[in-house]
Structures are given as structure tokens and as C-alpha cells.
Design a protein around this ligand. Structure first.
Ligand code: ADP
Ligand code: MG
Length: 663
């Protein structure tokens, strides 16, 4: 059944719903309330002066309406309740006057002034409360839709279509756990009779959502592992070893292990789907280069996709420096590649002349075709959404895929986001790296900080300065990049070069500044978090972060990873007047995994990936942090279900698999 067939939903409502992303009946009935209002009858005597009250009764006097200037009006009337008579006033509800006839039963919600014996109502609902507590759903809405309409639409859809709503819990689990059917559960969620029933129905729906999710993940993993699902290669290991021998450094044990795991994946006929996880600066890039080299030696093309142009460009130059003499054709393709050059690159990708292409999302534009794409690598992969990921993977027949991430993921998330992947982890840092000394300072201690900066500058080192905002905005007193530029110019401008880089600048301008910073033409670089990922300037030894309390610990850790990229001692100063307990974790801890767990406990996943976090992890009702236990159970169940030979399995699989393909 289509949404437009639900009784009461006309073209106007259809448009409004679609604006909210509700386009199917399933979307509508799973548009869950974001909270509930529990209406418990209050009592005039027991409510304190100016306290919140919910009370029902009968209208005792006809409302008197007063109109003030433009659009402002007020109504006064008396209400008889079981705990006495009380005056009610309400603003701007003149339209209710005709309904508030003497004797009408209503419920009033508002603030009770004991002295005046008057309730200033924020809301009046027609009808009295029943004896028991009443639980009312509250929905997210859009302009033009009311709570009541939303509720009516949902209930009508449930009535007409409830039986057809897809239910992903297999019969055996549903009966084992004593779960109600889907329609009943949805009904309870939208019209909760009691808190207890609501709780049970919520658990059931959460379980279902997590079960379906884990099933997909496990299914994908199983598919990837199948024989013949990928490309089998015979890698000339000797050449790889030679290349590694000639590197200016020796690989760490973890790097060697990761290389080995990846090469084995490339050799196997199963398809690689691997995450390379490692703290900032742990040396993931060179591992990915080796993988691309191996892939090229076997005659396949590789694509490396980075989230920003700065990063893509850096990888490109870095790669050229390692591979110059190996006669590989390596190209850079980003949004700002000139059109003519782009066309040329497209052609070379299509006829197989290019071995390795490095770029941004320009790599997945529709007119890009590859001759024989064998390996796809995405750097800082959490910045890309599932769809973008899938898109690039589809470019080759069945390319092997490697994801690199410097965001250590708490265990819970690893299970979900990366549940379908194998994981290589680099824990050890390259030799000689110094600990990044992290120091908390108050804004009143800015003089100390400037002093520390001067020390670094005198030694010829460079500094990053980070602020949360670019320009001043009316409703915030946060430090801005532009403001800091003026301040830094005042303090250091006579002797040192200071510049800014931020997300709103054109990419060529950004590139230019980053290049100048790399070439030491700029000593102090002021920035928003755009430099968060990947940028590598070994001579930068200090970072100062203003309004540090505005950032999640994982983001701070990522930022901090921009310094300490050489043998030089480095420091990171966090400036904040509040939130010092949380921030002090940064002083004592350098392990990104531990930090991410702390962040997760404190803030949930919202901040873990920065604001650009894709929709990968959005569940409608489950919350991975709170519902961790349900998640684990759902994972276990989905695995055993995938292995079982239940009669209903084929059908359920089909539906779920269809939903994978459409997502
Ligand atoms: P990330 O894991 O954050 O992507 P990079 O790959 O950018 O880290 O590595 C950071 C720096 O460390 C680079 O300059 C890189 O050349 C260097 N590096 C990588 N591996 C080693 C190693 N085994 N020994 C010394 N330096 C290394
Ligand atoms: Mg990197």
C-alpha cells in the first residue's frame, strides 16, 4: 500500500511528510515518538507556588477574551476541579473560545500561581484525564503538521496496513522471547496503555532493528568470504620485499603484520573487506602504498580516496616520492582538477594506462570508468557514507577494499559499523616518536601560552592554532579563527608569518596555504578542524586549541595527532575554563582507544566522528550505547539464524537482502 492510499493523507500532507523523509507506509508507522508526555493529574493543594501542574476539570464560566495589539490575545475563565476552583488564563488561543463552553471537560497544563489561584496555561486539551496516568506520544513534526494529525495518520496507517508491515524477527526467536507481533508493538508505541507495556514493546522493536542490522552485516561478511567472490593474485613477493628494504625507515612489527594480512587477502580468491585501524601517526599510509604497489604489479588499477583535497594532494606527492623510480603511472583527481586534464585522466583510467589514482569523491562521479579496478582504499573512511562507499566499490567488478581509519572505535561500534570487516590494527608507533605533552590552561593564563609559543617559534618550529568557529556569530562568544588571527598578529606578527585556513575557503586557496605551511613559509597556522584528518607537517611541534571544551575527546585526540610527527618534542595546549575533568583525560592518556571509550561513555557516539558523520549508524529506535546488551544478543541470534535451516529463513533473507540493495 502506498502512503497516498492511507485515508486522510491528501497531496498536501503527502508533501509535508515527504519533506520529513516519510515516503512509505513503513516510514510512517515507524516514525516513533521522540518522547512521551506523561499526564498525571495534579492537585491544587499539593502543587507549590509557580509549580508546573496538569489538572482536569469542567469549565465553570464562559471565557472572557481580551485582544491586545497585533495578534496578541488572552482568555480567562474558571475551572472546577476535584481539588477546588481555579482561574485559568491562556494566551493566543482565541480560537478555542467556542469549544470552551460551560460544563465542558478539559485538561489544563501550565504554571500554578498559588497566591492568585490562577493557572497560566501553556496548553489546553479537550477532555478530562481518565483515572490513570496517560502517556501521550510527542512526534517530530514539520511546519504545517500538528501532533494530532501525525498521530491520526499513523494510527490510520496502522489500522489499514498494520498486518503488512515487515517483521524481521524470525518466529523461533519471537516465541522464545515472548515478543508480541509487529503490529501490536507499533500500536503500543504510538498509543501506550501503560509504561510497562511501552517498555516491553520498545525492547521488541529495538531487538528487531538490531537483529536486522546484524543479519545484514553477517550476511555481507559471509558473501565476501565466499570463494570466487574476489580477485586471486600471484604477488611477486620478492619485489615487495625489495621495495620495503629500500624505504628510508624500517616498518614496525604491526605495520609488517598489517602488510602481510593485506597481501594474503589480495592473493586469496575471496574478496578483501578490511579495516586498517591505527592511531594518528601510526603509519597507515605506507601500508596502503605497499598494497597498491602489489596490486599494480599484478596488473590491476588502484584507487585511493581521501575525504579532503588537502589530504588527497598530500598522499599524491607522498606517493610520488616513494614510487618515482618504479615507472608506475600515478594521477591525482580532485574537484579542482582542470576540466581538460580530467577528461584526459578519465580516458587513461578507462584504457588502463593509469595504475594508481588518488583523489576525493571526484573518483566516484558517474563518468569515471576503470579498465580493471582491483583495489579500492578509502582513507579516514568514516567520513564517507555507506552509499559513497558502495558506489566506488561498484566501479570495479569485485575490487578488494581496504578502509583506513584513525578514529579508534569503541568495541560496541566496531561490532556494528565494522561488523562485516576484518580488522588489522597498528598499535605500536614508529620508533623515536616522543610523547605529546598535553597541558590544560585557563583563558586567564594566555600569557603563559604565548610564552610557550614564542619558545617554539624561536627554535624554528611551527604551530597550529585551532578555534571552533570561523567568524563571529551573534549568539555565541566562542573564539573565532579571524579573531585569533588579529591577536596572533599583534603578538608575533613582526617576526613571524601567520595565516588561516578553514572550510569555507576555496580549495585552491586552502591547498596554497597548506603548501606554504609545509614549506615553512608560514609559522603559525590558525584553523578550524579542517586540518583534523591526515595532514602531515613534521616540523609543527605545538598545537593550541581554544575553547577545547567544545570538542569531543576523540576529535581533540585527532587534532593533537597533527603534532609529534617527527623526532622533535611536541606539545598540545588545551584552553578552556570549564569541563576540566573531562579534558584532563587528555593530559594523562595517549591511547586513542582508551580515549574513544571515555568519549563514548561521556557523550555517546554523536561526536566520535565529527559533524560530517554519515548516516551509517542511525537507528530509528535502538541506541547502540544504551542497548548494548540487546545488540550482543541480536548479533548472536543473527549468526545462528544465518547458519540454521529454518523454513521461514529464505523469505526473511530475501527481504533483508532486498533492503541491503536498496540502501
Ligand atoms: P597515519 O597512520 O596517521 O596515516 P602516516 O602514515 O601519515 O600516519 O605516518 C606518519 C609519518 O610517519 C609519515 O611521515 C610516515 O612517513 C612516517 N612513518 C611511517 N611508518 C614509519 C616507520 N615505520 N618508521 C618511521 N617513520 C614512519
Ligand atoms: Mg593517514
Amino acid at each position: 500500500m502506498a502512503l497516498k492510499d492511507v485515508k486522510g493523507i491528501g497531496p498536501r500532507a503527502l508533501a509535508l511528510l515527504s519533506k520529513m523523509g516519510i515516503t512509505t507506509v513503513d516510514d510512517l508507522v515507524t516514525h516513533y515518538p521522540f518522547r512521551y508526555e506523561v499526564l498525571v493529574r495534579g492537585n491544587l493543594q499539593e502543587t507549590e507556588d509557580e509549580g508546573h501542574i496538569i489538572i482536569d476539570g469542567r469549565v465553570e464560566s464562559s471565557p472572557i477574551l481580551m485582544r491586545f495589539k497585533a495578534g496578541l490575545n488572552k482568555m480567562n475563565f474558571r475551572l472546577v476541579t476535584t481539588s477546588g476552583i481555579v482561574g485559568v488564563s491562556i494566551f493566543n488561543r482565541a480560537f478555542l473560545k467556542n469549544q470552551l463552553l460551560v460544563g465542558t471537560g478539559i485538561t489544563v497544563i501550565g504554571k500554578y500561581s498559588k497566591k492568585k489561584n490562577v493557572i497560566t496555561a501553556s496548553e489546553i486539551k479537550m477532555g478530562t484525564l481518565s483515572n490513570k496516568a496517560k502517556i501521550e506520544p510527542v512526534y517530530h513534526l514539520t511546519n504545517g503538521l500538528s501532533q494530532k494529525q501525525m498521530s491520526t495518520f499513523i494510527n490510520m496507517a496502522l489500522l489499514m496496513h498494520g498486518k503488512e508491515v515487515s517483521d524481521f524477527i524470525p518466529e523461533s526467536f519471537a516465541s522464545a522471547y515472548g515478543f508480541s507481533n509487529k503490529k501490536t508493538a507499533l500500536n503500543i508505541l504510538h498509543n501506550p496503555p501503560t509504561e510497562e507495556k511501552l517498555k516491553q514493546a520498545t525492547i521488541r522493536l529495538k531487538y528487531e532493528e538490531l537483529f536486522a542490522f546484524m543479519f545484514k552485516i553477517n550476511y555481507l561478511k559471509q558473501q565476501n568470504k565466499k570463494k570466487n567472490s574476489g580477485i586471486a593474485r600471484e604477488i611477486p613477493r620478492k619485489k615487495i620485499d625489495d621495495f620495503i628494504q629500500k624505504l628510508p625507515f624500517s616498518l614496525t612489527e604491526d605495520q609488517k603484520k598489517a602488510v602481510d594480512e593485506i597481501l594474503k587477502d589480495l592473493e586469496s580468491e575471496g574478496r578483501m573487506n578490511r579495516l586498517l585501524q591505527g592511531d594518528v601517526g601510526s603509519g597507515k599510509t605506507i601500508v596502503s602504498f605497499i598494497a597498491m604497489y602489489a596490486n599494480a604489479l599484478c596488473g590491476y588499477q588502484s584507487a585511493l580516496m581521501a575525504p579532503t583535497e588537502i589530504l588527497a594532494t598530500q598522499h599524491y606527492h607522498n606517493m610520488l616520492s616513494f614510487f618515482d623510480r618504479l615507472s608506475l603511472r600515478i594521477v591525482l583527481l580532485t574537484g579542482s582538477t582542470p576540466k581538460k586534464e580530467k577528461q584526459e585522466i578519465y580516458k587513461e583510467l578507462e584504457n588502463g594506462e593509469v595504475d594508481i589514482v588518488i583523489g576525493t569523491h571526484a573518483l566516484i562521479q558517474e563518468d569515471v570508468n576503470y579498465a580493471n579496478l582491483g583495489l579500492v582504499i578509502t582513507d579516514e573512511q568514516h567520513r564517507f557514507g555507506v552509499n559513497q562507499r558502495a558506489n566506488l566499490e561498484n566501479k570495479g567488478k569485485k575490487p578488494d577494499t581496504l578502509y583506513m581509519s584513525a578514529t579508534p572505535i569503541p568495541r560496541t561500534y566496531a561490532l556494528t559499523i565494522y561488523g562485516d570487516m576484518d580488522v588489522s590494527t597498528i598499535k605500536t608507533r614508529p620508533k623515536g616518536r616522543k610523547k605529546i605533552e598535553t597541558i590544560l590552561k585557563k583563558t586567564t593564563e594566555i600569557k603563559d601560552v604565548l610564552g610557550m609559543m614564542l619558545e617554539e617559534l624561536k627554535q624554528g618550529h611551527q604551530i597550529y592554532v585551532i578555534a571552533p568557529l570561523i567568524e563571529e556569530s551573534e549568539n555565541s562568544d566562542l573564539t573565532t579563527v579571524c579573531q585569533l588571527k588579529d591577536q596572533m598578529k599583534l603578538a608575533f606578527g613582526n617576526h613571524f608569518q601567520i595565516d588561516i585556513v578553514h572550510g569555507k575557503m576555496r580549495s585552491e586557496a586552502k591547498e596554497l596555504i597548506m603548501r606554504e605551511f609545509l614549506q615553512k613559509k608560514i609559522q603559525i597556522l590558525i584553523s578550524t578542524t579542517v586540518i583534523e584528518v591526515g595532514v602531515d607537517v613534521p616540523n609543527a611541534t605545538m598545537m593550541v586549541i581554544f575553547d577545547a571544551n567544545r570538542f569531543g575527546l576523540s576529535t581533540l585526540h585527532q587534532l593533537r595527532g597533527r603534532v609529534g610527527r617527527s623526532e622533535l618534542a611536541s606539545k598540545c595546549v588545551l584552553i578552556s575554563d570549564s569541563d576540566t575533568k573531562r579534558l584532563s583525560i587528555m593530559e594523562s592518556c595517549e591511547d586513542g582507544f582508551v580515549i574513544s571509550e571515555e568519549d563514548f561513555k561521556l557523550r555517546g557516539h554523536g561526536d566520535l566522528f565529527g559533524t560530517k558523520q554519515s548516516g551509517d549508524m542511525t537507528f530509528k529506535i535502538a541506541d547502540v550505547r544504551q542497548d548494548y546488551k540487546i545488540l550482543l544478543q541480536a548479533k548472536k541470534d543473527s549468526e545462528s539464524y544465518l547458519k540454521s535451516k529454518e523454513t521461514d529463513q529464505e523469505m526473511l533473507k530475501k527481504e533483508l537482502i532486498a533492503s541491503i540493495q536498496s540502501s
